[in-house]
Design a protein around this ligand. Structure first.
Ligand code: DGY
Length: 415
């Protein structure tokens, strides 16, 4: 049984005055998709604070509609790379890449969980920013209208060191101008974090984008890493559907038609990622499917109805036969599966929440309950950890993590 007050206490303790850090010290700023989940968590007990979380994230939105991965509201030496490495002069300072676009889905959920004039007014006020962000995705990351958006950095996928990115990252040089002064490995056991060579490539990419002046077309042309991430594309499609629902009340008929036009392109394009019996990301430089099955491959269920729901459910059942706890972030049968290292194997509560939602939406209630039950049991037994070992359940990474507490509140409310 989740202690709701303890979960609320995690969110309160990580509140830095209108925005929430993912956890103390390891992540001392506001992160994009973390805050979307945090807003949904706050909405279970404090709707005004949920809206404040979204509004503070949107204060970091660029004029062209980019919602950055990080908003550096206040200085901290606890994290690398800080604002000086990004070198972007804005107020508030931000990074210059993005993260999976959960925000429209979160805004809709906050609105629905706290209906009333206060929520309506706050939703109406942020509508133009949500609309502009979805236009940014189409313009900046799918300028040719293929229906699939491109991600340029593993940090944009949110699944930083997933084995899915290994081969594409191998093409990225390891040279950097900036000295790499990692702070994360001072807060968390290095065995649970990305490797040194991963960071060299992560920073090389940041410098490449800075050299392109953070111009979307220049970044797309210059980046040595370009992938159609199945996770980002599925989450974006779901967010477009939530945005379309919001548009009926907060947008114009023309805006709704525009969103539906994008959905009509994206839905069939997502299906082209179905390869060899699973949804796989695509390397847009080689043009080939990336043959690594990860938890992101279940997220098309979250996007809407999938013609492959039965095969996905069977694959998830097969994974359940190889590990004790669902959902491991990488196929446990894959040679690069590592149960303790960040996105190479551990279970993440937010991904579980999206997969469970998608399973239920596709008629797999029992499997959805299994995923939700595993998530709650792990949190109950091992605390609000950043992630969990799928073989033992051990909580690893940062402790007292905001998005894990948010998911505990969301799931506890449904059982
Ligand atoms: C990190 O620094 O580990 C984050 O995942 C980047 O968003």
């Amino acid at each position: 049984m989740i202690d709701r007050l303890a979960a609320q206490g995690v969110l309160r303790a990580n509140d830095r005055g209108g925005y929430t850090v993912p956890t103390d010290r390891l992540y001392p700023f506001q992160w994009n998709w973390d805050s979307a989940f945090v807003a949904m968590g706050f909405a279970t007990f404090d709707a005004p604070r949920a809206w404040a979380e979204i509004e503070s994230l949107l204060r970091g939105e660029w004029d062209d509609g980019l919602i950055p991965q990080i908003v550096f509201h206040a200085p901290s030496d606890d994290y690398f790379p800080g604002p000086d490495v990004w070198g972007i002069e804005r107020d508030p300072r931000t990074s210059g890449i993005t993260q999976p676009p959960v925000l429209a889905t979160a805004a809709r959920k906050v609105l629905e969980s706290a209906p009333g004039s206060g929520s309506e007014a706050r939703m109406a006020a942020i509508w133009p920013k949500l609309r502009d962000n979805h236009r940014w995705w189409a313009r900046a990351r799918d300028p040719q209208g293929t229906g699939l958006v491109t991600t340029l950095h593993p940090w944009e996928t949110g699944m930083d060191n997933s084995p899915a990115w290994d081969a594409a990252l191998d093409r990225v040089p390891t040279t950097t101008r900036n000295a790499i002064r990692r702070r994360d490995t001072g807060h968390v056991d290095p065995a649970f974090r990305p490797r040194a060579i991963d960071y060299q490539r992560f920073i090389h990419l940041v410098e490449c984008f800075a050299d392109a002046g953070w111009d979307p077309a220049g970044m797309l042309a210059a980046s040595p890493l370009r992938v159609a991430d199945v996770g980002t594309n599925a989450i974006l499609l779901r967010a477009e559907r939530d945005l379309a629902a919001l548009a009926t009340r907060f947008g114009t008929p023309a805006e709704r038609t525009e969103i539906e036009g994008r959905i009509a392109r994206m839905a069939p394009a997502l299906e082209t990622l179905w390869q060899d019996g699973f949804y796989l990301s695509r390397d847009l430089i080689s043009g080939a499917a990336i043959p690594v099955r990860t938890s992101a491959g279940f997220l098309p269920l979250f996007a809407g109805e999938s013609p492959h729901e039965a095969a996905l459910a069977a694959t998830l059942q097969a994974w359940a036969g190889m590990v004790r706890w669902l959902v491991p972030s990488t196929d446990p049968a894959h040679p690069q599966f590592e149960p303790l290292r960040y996105w190479r194997g551990p279970v993440w509560a937010v991904v579980n929440w999206m997969i469970a939602d998608g399973l239920r939406g596709n008629g797999h209630d029992a499997l959805a309950r299994r995923v939700e039950g595993d998530t709650l049991t792990l949190i109950d037994a091992h605390g609000f950890s950043e992630y969990f070992d799928p073989t033992t359940g051990q909580g690893i990474g940062g402790a007292t993590f905001s998005w894990t507490a948010a998911i505990a509140l969301l799931l506890e409310g449904t059982r």
